[in-house]
Design a protein around this ligand. Sequence first.
Ligand code: MHF
Ligand SMILES: O=c1ccn([C@H]2C[C@H](O)[C@@H](COP(=O)(O)O)O2)c(=O)[nH]1
Length: 277
Amino acid sequence: MKVYLELLKDVLENGVDKGDRTGTGTKSVFGRQIRHDLKHGFPLLTTKKLHFKSIANELIWFLNGNTNNNWLNENGVKIWDEWALEDGSLGPIYGEQWTAWPTKDGGTINQIDYVVDTLKNNPNSRRILFHGWNVEFLPDETVSPQENVRKGKMALPPCHLLYQFYVANGRLSGQLYIRSSDIFLGLPYNIASLSLLVHMLCQQCDLQPGEVIVSFGDLHAYSNHMSQIREQLTREPRGLPTLEFTRKPDSVYDYRFEDFVINNYDALPNIKAPVAV
Ligand SMILES: Nc1nc(=O)c2c([nH]1)NC[C@@H]1CN(c3ccc(C(=O)N[C@@H](CCC(=O)O)C(=O)O)cc3)CN21
Ligand SMILES: O=c1ccn([C@H]2C[C@H](O)[C@@H](COP(=O)(O)O)O2)c(=O)[nH]1
């Protein structure tokens, strides 16, 4: 993932010092784009070992419309702990907007159904997308995530917010817009999660994986991640792993962690860093 290391360098070299909601401070750039062709392998970082289980189970959780942290904890995932209420609630975040966007008549719309259906029946469409930015439920930035959840708002507004898909020559590509991206902790997860989703949609819709593209709004390195980023930049990337499925689940909602196998993941050790809350 040379493209990721180049992006780290870009932020260190061109980032401006900028305050942020969490009070941590960042180096930030605005507006960037990276791409990776999935025929060259599954983009899990090799310069820092990633916990693929967290990535896969978080995506399964989103697709199931689940917004409660308890399911993640029961499945070995701790990455949402800092934002949840004691009962696990996180408010109407990603999963709810993806699969049960509320309508004014009290119903819901499943945007993922629409994406799968359109990929199967109208793959030339330029409207194959889903998004999470439901303005009615955006939190108030001046109060804590937990206070927002108590008021029926999202704990955090979506960061990875717009997913668009494109089919050409039987290959499916996905582009994701991230409005705010934590380059050291969140971004490696977001790249792998987008890639996993593209592979799952390919399996469900009989397509071959194409490219993944990530477009950024505010792309930032937190001030307390600098030594970790410099350490990562001294490391040489290795060959990428590949993804395999052990079966074909009935729908995009039926995947379990056991359905994925990551082959030949040869990564350097993880580098710990504190998450900004
Ligand atoms: N500041 C911030 N950055 C994020 O990336 C982020 C948020 N907040 N809030 C919501 C979610 C939670 N996400 C997270 C949170 C923590 C890690 C993290 O600490 N990752 C560690 C390993 C932790 C583990 O697997 O249990 C890592 O080394 O990747 C990653 C993504 C992504 N999002
Ligand atoms: O999937 C995710 C979720 C979150 N992030 C990061 C981006 C920011 O550092 C924080 C969110 O803070 P805001 O003040 O709401 O922008 O979380 C990420 O990179 N990826």
